[in-house]
Design a protein around this ligand. Structure first.
Ligand SMILES: C[S@@+](CC[C@H](N)C(=O)[O-])C[C@H]1O[C@@H](n2cnc3c(N)ncnc32)[C@H](O)[C@@H]1O
Length: 316
């Protein structure tokens, strides 16, 4: 469907309040374009390690919102303008102008799906949950994935590095902890490789629905893959619920800057002899993560690479 796109020019200081004013008028899903630097929390959530150089923050923010052509756009815009005038009395909202353009005919939520098709990681077939399994593939190990808005189609090099390590180290009945589970892809593969139980953790609440859907499409038995939202690095409740010296395998495909404080926490979760599979490490960060792993008292057993990405596997 074609949408009418409107761009409201305001200030980065006023953007939150303008967005909540738009929400009060029923306008959701506002995109923000500003030059504010990302916070540490933003960087963690967005899986970015090295940021491109950003232009200097000029305090200007552009807020894009979309209206359906069938709705009375003129009436909605008039109300937006009235609300902006009221805000202007006590807040610097900058220009407060609105420019209209038309979007392309796109399904914004599902557009990325055209780039995600079935593929192999060695002999494991990873297939979007909306694609058919071909007759000749029915005897393969097949992982159905719809990541929703969580991370983890399996196409990323860092995920593939973890998958190959899981293939080497998972033993029947293993207890697996999957920190930063995203779509749940690594836990599901570990379970298909004969692990007994997986616990996934993530900061992103979107991971919950993604994991539920992927458990269902992969026929994961009830009770064999549980999920916790929270930060195991510093949240005592998550740490307690994850338990101590309990896991044969821990996977963590997260940024180096997260892996470094995470590693000592993982050491006390691993059984003696347990395996810690890390990924998400850019080659320039390899040494730092290696030092954190060895500093926590784990023995590095293998370092694997794909493109500019590194995976370090260690044993307790
Ligand atoms: C690169 S994705 C990995 C997703 C999936 N495991 C995979 O391998 O494709 C990293 C995930 O870690 C999550 N994350 C980041 N920091 C975290 C933390 N401290 N604890 C748990 N999850 C975290 C992010 O929300 C994201 O879902």
């Amino acid at each position: 469907m074609k949408w009418n796109k409107y761009t409201l020019k305001t200030t980065s200081k006023a953007e939150d309040i303008v967005i909540s004013t738009l929400a009060d008028l029923g306008i959701q899903g506002v995109e923000i374009e500003d030059k504010q630097p990302l916070t540490e929390e933003d960087k963690r959530q967005m899986f970015v390690d090295i940021l491109p150089d950003m232009p200097e923050d000029d305090g200007v923010a552009y807020l894009n919102f979309y209206l359906e052509p069938e709705d009375d756009n003129e009436a909605i815009l008039k109300r937006v303008e009235e609300e902006l005038e009221e805000l202007r009395v006590f807040l610097d909202i900058g220009e407060g102008t609105i420019i209209r353009s038309e979007t392309e005919d796109k399904d914004w939520i599902n557009n990325w799906k055209q780039y995600f098709h079935q593929f192999y990681v060695d002999e494991i077939l990873i297939i979007p949950s909306w694609e058919e399994v071909r007759e000749e593939d029915r005897d393969k190990m097949i992982i159905h994935i719809d990541p929703g808005t969580a991370f983890g189609t399996g196409m990323h090099e860092t995920t593939q590095l973890c998958i190959r390590q899981l293939k080497k180290y998972v033993k029947p009945g293993d207890e697996v902890l999957d920190v930063g589970t995203g779509s749940g892809i690594l836990s599901i593969i570990a379970l298909k490789l004969s692990a007994g139980h997986a616990l996934g953790t993530d900061l992103d609440p979107c991971a919950v629905s993604a994991v539920e859907e992927n458990k269902a499409v992969n026929g994961i038995p009830e009770g064999s893959f549980d999920m916790l939202i929270g930060n195991i690095i510093d949240d005592r409740q998550v740490q307690e619920r994850a338990g101590y010296e309990k896991y044969d395998i821990v996977t963590a495909n997260i940024l180096a800057d997260v892996l470094i404080p995470l590693t000592p926490v993982i050491k006390s979760r691993l059984k003696p002899g347990g395996i810690y599979i890390t990924s998400g490490i850019l080659d320039v960060k390899e040494q730092e993560v290696r030092e954190a792993v060895e500093g926590a008292g784990l023995a590095v057993v293998e370092i694997t690479r794909q493109g500019e990405w590194v995976s370090i596997t260690a044993r307790k």
